[in-house]
Design a protein around this ligand. Structure first.
Ligand SMILES: [Zn+2]
Length: 204
């Protein structure tokens, strides 16, 4: 059975067994555009991807299902070479440990997302990046754009244009890289992984 048929079965919940790991050629392929109107299968796939991220961020469910926590997932990571990404970035608790007013800073399934504009300034996460498809730590600053404008189609088929900065911008760039066959460590300076060029914004 194809990966998409298996994953979009009503009873199926995405788990770590569905996620392919580095070395699999699908992660290095440029994924195919999705066509519109969206098929039910592609809508369902997006919903399953977002549900996986929610499950992965719930400590009880994640432990039961053996999930690594994630804030983003791209269809190629499921061995489905389509330009679909899901992002789920939680807002932090306040200083007293109360839940945030809005649970998520970013919660979206994006079809055919693309970066249509970006800042001159670069940014990187101070702690580096990880990936559900990479079962090892790769240290170093992953050099990305500090701010991006992203255009995509949502699950209702509406064209959206959003401006992102900070952590949200990093997450979306990481996922868009996946649909272009790029891994996060491709963007680390091989000779000097912690090089800080002038103007680089380090995000804590
Ligand atoms: Zn990744």
């Amino acid at each position: 059975m194809s990966a998409i048929k298996k994953i979009t079965k009503p009873s199926h919940l995405i788990d770590m067994n569905d996620i392919i790991r580095e070395g699999n050629p699908t992660l290095r392929a440029v994924a195919q555009d999705v066509s519109f109107p969206l098929s039910d299968e592609n809508i369902l796939l997006g919903e399953k991807m977002l549900q996986f991220l929610k499950n992965s961020q719930d400590p009880d469910i994640a432990e039961k299902m053996g999930l690594r926590g994630g804030v983003g997932l791209a269809a190629p990571q499921l061995d489905i070479s389509k330009r679909i990404i899901a992002v789920l970035v939680p807002n932090p608790e306040d200083k007293e440990g109360n839940p945030p007013k809005e649970a998520y800073a970013l919660e979206e399934v994006m079809y055919n997302p693309r970066i249509i504009a970006h800042s001159v300034q670069d940014a990187a996460l101070a702690d580096g990046e990880g990936c559900l498809s990479v079962d090892r730590t790769v240290e170093g600053y992953v050099i990305r754009h500090s701010r991006v404008t992203v255009e995509y189609i949502n699950k209702a088929g509406e064209k959206k244009k959003i401006k992102l900065k900070g952590y949200n911008a990093i997450v979306v760039q990481h996922e868009i890289d996946h649909i272009n066959g790029i891994m996060f460590y491709d963007r680390i300076n091989e000779k000097n992984p912690f090089e800080v060029k002038e103007g680089l914004l380090l995000i804590e």
